[in-house]
Design a protein around this ligand. Structure first.
Ligand code: AMP
Ligand code: ZN
Length: 482
């Protein structure tokens, strides 16, 4: 069935046009590698990952390219603070990013080009733009894109040139007002930044002198080289990138190559934590390591980050994380019950390997609605709603083994689309002795069954063994007493 997605360009849900003669070209702006990625970044990467999985299940061959931003103000500044070369400094964060992606079960992109490895292509792109009068060297030696030369500038964001206020931005999207006199117009943005003392050794030779590429340029250059100059089918990123970054990508690429840059645009809304914007000063800028240290299961983190509409801002709370742990638990019990129905027993350890994969199935059976929801603008919330509808309907009780097998295949496909593996050992489990875990589970069950006397007795038993329980509405946490 056609996969529909909200397209930022046309401001409407559109069936993605899948080329017949080549793979689907999907480009995503990747991480800036000056520290660990946070759960907000991962929300965006996970939503892109789910879309790719849905397309692949639907039979589409996807070429997924996600770049690495390793040359910008922040990477340059931090590498110097650490007395490391830019490549050495960024490499450690790229490794960390890969490790985090693996723990969240993100598929590896087909290619992951780094800006540092593509300086030549970026210079060539600027040369082309200068040649065509779309760019000029400013008084400060930097090269700027002449926004006025691009009639279509603003078309993605539906803004007119005379409404433009933002100037060149860094990769955090912050306007840089300091150097407005170096360029012809306030809205022109830097393609090449002339060397400054604070850049240290991080400069390259170019026809305009020593310097380094501007941030917006790398994506245009990498899209061009990764997809051999073709118009790409889909471009993704967090909503903050829509302006100016994606507008600038369009202007650079379409001015240089005189063909449409991209067919569909895919932006995901931002993540907040406990209702607040994430920031270092509020102490709510969580990385996966932070959540693991708090004993959360990263599969539950994945579940939390993808379970609601990608077009709505997501409020990440610890209650929602607990609720995700319970939801995963319910799906596991359901899968377990199905496995027990099979003639040839399959243990839970083999479940992911045997079932969570791209099955070429035409009919998703009882989970057809769940599948259709995913195809309908990636409606993960409705997909999970349908899945829990099936789980709650007690449909397993009357099933024979063939029906259970069929449902397991459909369940595995939906879980593959969501990127969820079941029965993964949780961090919570791994640090805690089995006997203590059993007591904690028994106490939780007693509490759920309103047997408060038993729950209290078990809590005391745990306390005297040195373990403390903290409850939320959906789950509990267990910690050793300091
Ligand atoms: P960066 O590492 O800052 O270049 O960002 C990598 C990706 O994460 C980009 O697509 C951003 O739009 C996205 N992003 C940054 N902050 C958030 C957030 N709070 N919620 C969702 N996505 C984000
Ligand atoms: Zn980009």
């Amino acid at each position: 069935m056609p996969v529909k997605l909200y397209d930022t360009f046309s401001r409407s849900n559109q069936a993605l046009s899948i080329p017949k003669d080549r793979p689907f070209y999907f480009y995503c702006c990747g991480p800036t590698v000056y520290g660990p990625a946070h759960i907000g970044n991962f929300r965006t990467f996970l939503v892109q990952d789910v879309l790719r999985r849905v397309l692949e299940i639907d039979g589409t061959d996807v070429v997924h390219v996600r770049n690495i931003t390793d040359v910008d103000d922040k990477t340059i500044l931090r590498s110097q603070e650490q007395n490391q070369s830019l490549a050495e400094f960024t490499e450690q964060w790229i490794e960390r990013f890969h490790k985090d992606c693996k723990s969240l079960n993100l598929l590896s992109p087909t290619a992951e080009p780094k800006a540092l490895d593509h300086i030549d292509e970026q210079i060539q792109l600027i040369e082309k733009l200068v040649e065509k009068d779309n760019a000029y060297q400013g008084k400060d030696g930097s090269v700027y894109f002449r926004v006025q030369s691009c009639e279509a500038y603003g078309k993605l964001n539906r803004i007119k040139q005379d409404e433009l206020k933002t100037q060149s931005s860094n990769s955090a999207g912050q306007a840089n007002l300091a150097d407005e006199y170096d360029r012809e117009s306030i809205s022109d943005f830097a393609l090449w930044k002339a060397r400054k003392p604070e850049d240290g050794n991080n400069f390259w030779k170019s026809p305009w002198g020593e310097g380094r590429p501007g941030w917006h340029l790398e994506c245009s250059a990498m899209v061009h080289s990764s997809f051999n100059g073709a118009t790409i089918d889909l471009h993704g990123g967090g909503i903050d990138l829509c302006f100016p970054h994606h507008e600038n990508e369009i202007a650079q690429s379409e001015s240089a190559y005189e063909k449409p840059f991209c067919t569909h645009w895919f932006h995901s809304a931002h993540l907040k934590v406990e209702g607040e914007k994430m920031s270092k000063s509020l102490g709510n800028l969580y990385t996966l390591e932070d959540l693991e240290a708090k004993n959360y299961n990263l599969m539950a983190v994945r579940y939390t980050l993808i379970a609601s509409s990608y077009r709505q801002p997501l409020n990440f709370t610890f209650d929602s994380l607990h609720a995700s742990e319970s939801a995963l638990n319910k799906i596991e019990r359901f899968a377990e019950a199905l496995l027990e129905k099979l003639e040839q027993p399959v243990d839970t350890d083999s479940f992911n390997h045997n079932y969570v994969k791209t099955h070429a199935i035409k009919d998703h059976g009882l989970l057809q609605n769940a599948w259709e929801s995913l195809c309908n603008n990636l409606n993960t919330a409705a997909c999970l709603g349908s899945l829990f509808g099936v789980i709650g309907s007690n449909s397993i009780s009357k099933m024979d083994s063939a029906e259970a097998e069929e449902l397991l295949e459909s369940l595995g496909t939906i879980l593959y689309a969501l990127g969820i593996n079941l029965f993964t050992a949780t961090a919570k489990d791994s640090n805690i002795p089995k006997a203590i875990l059993e007591l904690a589970e028994a106490r939780w069950d007693a509490k759920q069954n309103k047997d408060y006397a038993k729950a209290d007795a078990l809590r005391k038993e745990l306390l005297s063994a040195g373990w403390e329980i903290k409850d939320s509405s959906a789950d509990y946490e267990i910690h050793p007493i300091d």
